[in-house]
Design a protein. Structure first.
Length: 337
């Protein structure tokens, strides 16, 4: 070959992922002997030589990855961390987790501290008001990084997350199938890009159904149970409830339901949550939710970050996963026994 052979070339030649190829050359992770032999054979055939010196400089000679979340108490992030830490452990890495409380100033302070620990890479759920300057700082540090579930508007960076526009559309289309004609979207704040994307998905479904998307009721609140309780009270104060409520998170849906139950009106509205955390199926009625598979997202984020640590890619890799509507009873359907 007339150009430098990369680990990505080796992985493709051996028919494995770049993460698996990296585990073979670094001697980390769990890889079968057959796969290990296949990767070594590909290295010999392509003439690949692993530069351990360069790899040590890239990883700062550590196997610790910094993880920055916005709200560690959120069940979604808890499930995501399970997948992320499992994938890191399989590759011989460990994580150091910190929470920014969705504060960009606090986020900068935490990342500066993580850099003092010489972390090999960063998995970051960016604070809502992060901007281009934040990304430029990460790029200048030359620390491999990946954004998880949250991206920065107008910039390109390694990213793993769900297709939130599709998620909003799936929820709205299902409720339209129930004959609903008045909708509310509850939870999150206007600065949250995930909320904006989900609302765009809802509005597009309403428009396709011949309805005025501008009539969608929007209620902002924190994306947790307390926020949902407050938002539910605001909807009740309006008098006439919408026929359908789509929530920013399952936690918001739980809070909305509590407000409706207290008012004796829980049976008047069809409700859909978002993320499908493990407790959604245990709610009463069992919560219909847009499943984003947080544990799978965490594993995918770890795998992408490990690839960037082993060999920074020439492009900007992004992995966006399609969510799935998990139908239970809160939307008016009857869950199978």
């Amino acid at each position: 070959m007339d150009h430098a052979v990369t680990l990505k070339n080796v992985a493709a030649h051996a028919g494995v992922s770049r993460t698996t190829a990296s585990n073979v050359v670094t001697g980390t992770g769990r890889v079968s002997s057959e796969t290990r032999d296949r990767v070594h054979q590909a290295m010999r055939e392509l003439g690949y030589v692993y530069n351990r010196g360069a790899a040590s400089l890239r990883t700062r000679r550590t196997t610790t990855v910094g993880v920055v979340v916005t709200d560690i108490a959120n069940p979604f992030f808890g499930e995501l961390l399970v997948g992320l830490e499992a994938a890191l452990a399989e590759a011989g890495f460990r994580s150091l987790v910190v929470a920014s409380s969705d504060d960009p100033v606090r986020q900068d302070e935490l990342i500066a501290e993580l850099r003092e620990y010489q972390v090999a890479g960063l998995a970051v759920m960016p604070a809502s008001r992060s901007g281009r300057t934040f990304l430029e700082g990460l790029e200048a540090s030359r620390i491999p990084h990946v954004f998880v579930t949250k991206y920065l508007e107008g910039v390109s960076a390694p990213y793993v997350g769900p297709d939130d526009r599709l998620g909003g559309r799936l929820a709205a289309e299902h409720l339209l199938g129930h004959g609903c004609r008045t909708f509310a979207f509850v939870g999150g704040f206007s600065r949250h890009l995930s909320r904006r994307d989900r609302i765009e998905g809802v509005r597009s479904a309403l428009a396709d159904a011949g309805m005025d998307p501008g009539r969608l009721i929007e209620v902002e609140s924190p994306s947790n149970g307390e926020g949902g309780l407050l938002a539910g009270r605001q909807l009740l104060e309006r008098g006439r409830l919408p026929e359908a409520i789509i929530c920013q998170s399952d936690g918001v849906a739980f809070g909305v339901y509590r407000a409706l139950r207290r008012a004796g009106r829980a049976g008047e509205v069809r409700v859909i949550g978002y993320d499908d955390v493990r407790t959604a199926a245990l709610w009463e009625p069992p919560l219909t939710s847009v499943a984003t598979r947080p544990e799978m997202l965490g594993r995918a984020a770890a795998e992408l970050l490990l690839e960037e640590i082993a060999e920074p890619s020439a492009g900007v890799p992004q992995r966006v996963f399609a969510p799935e509507l998990v139908v239970r009873e809160s939307c008016g359907c009857h869950e199978a026994p």
